[in-house]
Design a binder for this molecule. Structure first.
Ligand code: PGA
Length: 253
């Protein structure tokens, strides 16, 4: 179902106590507001804090996601976390293919495809990131880059499987830089992505897919970004580390 989604990607931030404080703050603030019924708030803390987050989520209005998952099922993969483990913690979402993982940990579209398969096998919705770097945007290659990421990472799925996918378009030049895509730039590429999905799976599947924007999204710019017909919410980095900002974005629809 196409939902409005605001997902907080904490990245590698917060200690145990700070995580506890932030989740509590988010929980308290969510109790004081009325979210649109079609809005899903998700927090994606680092692995060590997932259990804490799922415990709190039982009495709150947010869902919990992981930031990464192994592309392997189980076994001798030191340091990795499997989709089966996330499933056993009742996690509902997991980010895949974030540009930081692509750039620093060599996560290719083929790896993204395998991670997506693992997550779907274990009933977890992948939040799949795509987006171009600055030089590609300057060369007007953003469409071709995003098309390849989506095609190679996702288009091996059946339409039924694809119904569980959430896409996050995150121009790499906007991540953590304070530079946001303009609402027009976001709408243009979100519509392009929805068009790719329609071509492959049909308009009905495309219309049901949530496509999030990520990259320096803040309470001050969320409203004009989310006002676009093909922008269904945001994947929020920096601003998800402060409850006020995060909730400010969650109420920007
Ligand atoms: P940012 O990060 O909001 O800090 O730009 C977004 C992301 O990387 O998911």
């Amino acid at each position: 179902m196409r939902k409005h989604i605001v997902a907080g990607n904490w990245k590698m931030n917060k200690t145990f106590e700070e995580a506890d404080e932030l989740i509590n703050d988010i929980k308290d603030q969510l109790e004081e507001i009325t979210l649109d019924r079609n809005t899903q708030v998700i927090i994606c803390p680092p692995f060590p804090f997932l259990e804490m987050a799922t415990d709190y989520s039982e009495e709150s209005y947010f869902a919990v996601g992981a930031q990464n998952v192994s592309d392997q099922e189980s076994g001798a993969y030191t340091g990795e976390v499997s989709a089966a483990m996330l499933e056993s913690m009742e996690l509902e979402y997991c980010i895949v293919g974030h540009s930081e993982r692509r750039a620093y940990y060599h996560e290719t579209d083929e790896i993204v495809a395998r991670k997506v398969d693992q997550l779907l096998k274990h009933g977890i919705s992948p939040i799949v990131c795509c987006g171009e770097v600055l030089e590609e945007r300057e060369a007007n290659r953003q469409f071709e880059v995003v098309k390849k990421q989506i095609t190679d990472g996702l288009f091996h799925l059946t339409a039924e499987q694809f119904a569980n996918i959430i896409i996050a378009y995150e121009p790499v030049w906007a991540i953590g830089t304070g530079k946001t895509a303009t609402p027009e730039q976001a709408q243009e590429i979100h519509a392009f992505i929805r068009g790719l999905i329609a071509e492959k799976y049909g308009q009905a599947v495309a219309d049901e897919t949530s496509i999030l924007y990520g990259g320096s999204c803040k309470p001050g710019n969320a409203k004009e970004l989310f006002a676009n017909p093909d922008v269904d919410g945001g994947l929020i980095g920096g601003a998800s580390l402060k409850a006020n900002d995060f909730i400010g974005i969650a109420t920007a629809f």
